[in-house]
Write a protein of this length. Structure first.
Lengths: 265, 157
């Protein structure tokens, strides 16, 4: 009995220590990426290439999901607002929830599963096939040549994708609210404009997207770089990227929202 | 992937992002409003109760947006709310204009309504609107209604 209890506690301690060790390694990795990103900013084409793979190729999923999310918000909002005879506020509901919350959060989750997992798999496979080691041998820093460009591409792409998601969502809400249901066009836009403040709502949403972009990029590149050089190791690293990113995004969202609401008017 | 293709896609991607930001700023947000800093003049007004009025709330005259609420604070000498209105320079109002706190609809936003008087002199920057009307507080109205109802009851018997 005592032995079993001891082993359980020992396992818990081991897991916690392992978690703390990984957190420290990730922080060191983050600093290393930042310090070796001079090359990728100097030769910006490296970043542009990665933006194409992480950002541009994510456009379709982001745009289509944004449209659908906006449409669903429009339909659901209409159902509820109808009871209070305030269907004109449907624009406010759709735009506010998209710009403040759903735009940054959902697009970050999609970005983590679409682009983050791809980055992890790519870097992990490069490590498994010893391409990173070969680069090191040729005195080409894999940090500067492979990892930093992917990190910066994620940081650049994420806010743009979140903005597109929100804009498409508002358009989806417009299609459902004004075109399909027949809410007055003028009231739809004017109430939206009266309720949404550029600085408090749009810019704060952009700040969120930027922070999520940093978090997802660091996690994706770190997991890839840290993956055990086996097929199983790469697959587990890819899974970990998606799971950790999702948890970190939602936790960061809570923290950021708490800070932003405090300054709210 | 060719260099020019990547350049093209990168450019298109960033341009799409900027377009989305502009849409969110001007079509969805309030950055496209007519009010520009420096083209307004400030007028004060004191109210007994401002209800749900907020800074940046609209100021309307005859239903048209003529300015915004720029500051609200509590006057501790008169125990009243002191509201500063930033009115558009294009519109001028007589000195005896009435300001009242109104609500658009039952659940709508609170705004300041201006009703022009008959004075030949116009309000200038820094003036105070003398005639004001406070917000209607629903609880007080109900209280008054119940009170008068209660007074009626014995008379009927």
């Amino acid at each position: 009995m005592l032995e079993r209890l001891k082993s359980t506690i020992a396992r818990l301690g081991h897991t916690s220590l392992e978690g703390i060790r990984r957190l420290g390694e990730m922080a060191r990795f983050f600093v290393l990426v930042l310090s070796s990103s001079g090359t990728s900013l100097e030769r910006f084409r490296l970043v542009m290439r990665e933006v194409y793979f992480t950002g541009v190729l994510s456009l379709i999923i982001i745009v289509v999901s944004g449209l659908f999310v906006g449409m669903v918000l429009g339909l659901q909002g209409y159902q509820t607002l109808q009871r209070y005879g305030a269907t004109e506020s449907i624009g406010v509901l759709v735009a506010l929830s998209l710009v403040r919350e759903l735009g940054p959060v959902v697009s970050a989750l999609l970005f983590a599963s679409r682009a983050g997992s791809a980055i992890t798999a790519e870097i992990g496979l490069m490590k498994t096939t010893e391409q990173l080691a070969a680069m090191d041998m040729m005195a080409v820093s894999p940090m500067a040549r492979v990892i930093a460009p992917r990190f910066w591409a994620g940081v650049i792409s994420m806010p743009i994708l979140a903005l597109l998601f929100s804009a498409m969502g508002v358009f989806g809400g417009y299609i459902i609210g004004v075109v399909m249901i027949g809410v007055d066009n003028g009231a739809f836009w004017s109430q939206m404009q009266a309720a949404i403040d550029f600085r408090y709502d749009v810019l704060n949403g952009l700040v969120k997207a930027f922070v999520f972009g940093i978090a997802v990029s660091v996690i994706a590149t770190f997991e890839g770089h840290d993956a055990p050089p086996t097929a199983e190791g790469v697959s587990r690293a890819t899974t970990r990227t998606v799971v950790t990113s999702a948890l970190v995004i939602l936790a960061l969202d809570l923290v950021l929202t708490a800070f932003m609401l405090r300054e709210d008017h | 992937m060719e260099k020019t293709t990547i350049d093209l896609w990168f450019g298109a991607f960033v341009a799409a992002g900027f377009a989305a930001l502009l849409v969110l700023a001007f079509k969805v947000g309030n950055l496209g409003g007519a009010e520009r800093a420096g083209e307004t003049y400030r007028v004060d007004a004191r109210f007994d109760n401002i209800g749900g009025l907020k800074v940046r709330g609209p100021v309307r005259s005859a239903g048209v947006l003529v300015g915004r609420v720029s500051d609200i604070h509590f006057d501790n000498e008169r125990f009243q709310a002191s509201v500063t209105l930033a009115l558009d320079k294009r519109y001028s109002f007589p000195k005896d204009t009435t300001a009242s706190i109104l609500t658009s609809g039952l659940l709508g936003e609170t705004y300041v309504g201006l009703e022009a008087g008959g004075d030949s002199k116009a309000l200038a920057s820094g003036d105070r609107i003398q005639i004001t009307q406070s917000a209607v507080v629903l609880e007080k109205l109900i209280g008054q209604f119940l009170f008068s109802k209660a007074q009626e009851e014995p008379a009927k018997k």
